[in-house]
Design a protein. Structure first.
Length: 428
């Protein structure tokens, strides 16, 4: 029942350190299950999606030991006899990585149909296409996805019908120890695809081409242990970039890979902010005047769908009209109703939002419909006149580490408060 109370109107100033990438962490942790020796994973963001994945691995039977706040040692060398709990799988999309990882080690896997954010239909046909091509029977019965090797798994050529992050990673997990060569075509190229490939290669895998349209995986028999540090989160970095631009702020965002941020940097610059790139930091200085910008989300290296709502929040106060087109997800504009409560003028028609800039937003009670929309509402609230109350903050806690402290460190007037519900009130 916690909420954020945000008083708008402060320019964000100072430095912020970016955490490890959530979407890399939730793939690399399950990937450890494929290793024949223990592994140490560093720079994990401590967010609820990551702790949920760790909980699932514990239930499966992996040994997990925290070395420090963001470093775990995972020993999955024994028999894993537990199952993926349905309530965990329903809450987290990345539960599908246990299909590829468990198939790789046990030649079979059964995982409850994964859930995740309500941002459009989320089929797994491309994941199943991979498992079938490698030699599995696949079915979905009673809400459980079951895959089982018919005889021996063997390498195959797979052309994806659609560019998909999850199925590309699952294919690498499934193929890493599959005899022969697996060629994956029309794959996703996001930084976390490369990070998973780098992690597996650091253990002795033979994966080439990650970051291009074609990935070739030669199956190996054995993966040794190792230590690996998760790549910085480009979406968290982009969120602070948008926040700096929206609040006429001046922020140095540290611990980033500027190359991963190119498409975001381009749009932030077009909105009128100044962006300076350093080796592992990026500085954004917002301008009083925000220019309208048109955006179309695309797979990497295009503009990421996971930054669409934060940019829309910035463009709400642009001096002119912006067009934002979502081309990855069917319904990722649910937060627009919430921005309208704050005075934004946005028309949505299917996958296109027309954002007519207004001079000012005003604080309002709003709810987060999903994680990135949550980040957008924080940005909007920071720029609004008056106070906003933001509910359903568990969404943002899924993927933004220490979000309140990080914004406070930049001077934001943000507090997290506990509002007891009727039942809790009676118990107090
Ligand atoms: N798709 C299919 N069939 C499939 C798989 C995907 O049709 O078998 C479609 C989806 O419906 C969607 C498109 O392909 O229209 C792309 O889906 P993708 O598989 O790339 O998405 P995902 O792996 O489920 C990951 C991120 C999302 C991010 C997308 C796109 C994780 C855990 N999630 O999802 O992140 O939006 O890639 O970049 O990595 C977020 O962090 O806020 C988030 C939603």
């Amino acid at each position: 029942m916690d909420k954020y109370i945000i008083k708008g109107g402060t320019r964000l100033l100072g430095r912020v350190q970016v955490s490890g990438a959530k979407n890399a962490a939730v793939a690399i942790l399950p990937a450890v299950l494929v290793s024949d020796e223990p592994c140490i994973i560093e720079n994990l963001p401590m967010v609820s999606d990551v702790t949920d994945i760790i909980d699932i691995m514990t239930v499966l039977g992996a040994g997990i030991e925290f070395i420090d706040k963001r470093t775990v040692r995972v020993d999955a060398t024994g028999v894993l006899s537990g199952g993926v709990p349905i309530e965990k799988a329903r809450g987290i999309r990345a539960a599908y990585y246990f299909l590829g990882a468990l198939l790789s080690r046990d030649r079979r896997a059964s995982v409850p149909m994964p859930g995740g954010d309500d941002i459009g239909t989320r089929p797994i046909d491309q994941h199943l296409k991979v498992f079938s091509a490698l030699g599995c029977d696949c079915d979905v019965e009673y809400g459980i996805v079951g895959i089982k090797a018919k005889k021996n798994l063997s390498g195959a050529r797979i052309f994806f019908d659609i560019v998909t992050v999850g199925a590309t990673i699952n294919a690498m997990l499934a193929a890493v120890k599959t005899p022969g060569q697996t060629t994956l075509e029309n794959v996703a190229k996001e930084p976390h695809i490369v990070d998973v490939a780098n992690f597996l290669n650091s253990l002795g895998a033979d994966i080439r081409g990650a970051g291009t349209d074609v990935i070739k995986v030669r199956g190996v028999n054995f993966l040794h242990g190792g230590s690996y540090s998760i790549v910085p989160d480009q979406i968290e970095a982009g969120t602070y970039m948008a926040a700096a631009a929206a609040t006429e702020g001046d922020i140095l965002i540290e611990g980033v890979i500027p190359k991963h941020l190119e498409s975001i940097t381009d749009k932030i610059r077009l909105s009128g902010a100044t962006v300076e790139e350093y080796d592992d930091a990026i500085r954004v200085r917002g301008d009083k005047k925000i220019s309208p910008v048109s955006i179309k989300t695309m797979p990497h290296p295009g503009f990421p769908t996971d930054m669409q709502s934060q940019m829309t929040a910035l463009l709400c106060r642009a001096s002119g009209t912006s067009v934002v087109t979502e081309s990855i997800w069917d319904s990722r504009f649910k937060y627009v109703d919430e921005l309208r409560r704050m005075g934004a003028k946005i028309q949505v028609d299917g996958k296109v939002a027309v954002v007519e800039g207004v001079e000012r937003l005003t604080g309002a009670p709003v709810r987060m419909p999903d994680i990135r929309a949550g980040a957008a509402l924080i940005i909007a609230a920071l720029t609004a006149d008056g106070t906003s109350e933001i509910d359903d903050i568990y969404h943002i806690e899924r993927g933004y580490e220490d979000v309140v402290d990080k914004f406070k460190g930049l001077g934001a007037d943000i507090e997290q408060i506990f509002i007891p519900d009727e039942v809790t009130k009676r118990a107090l």
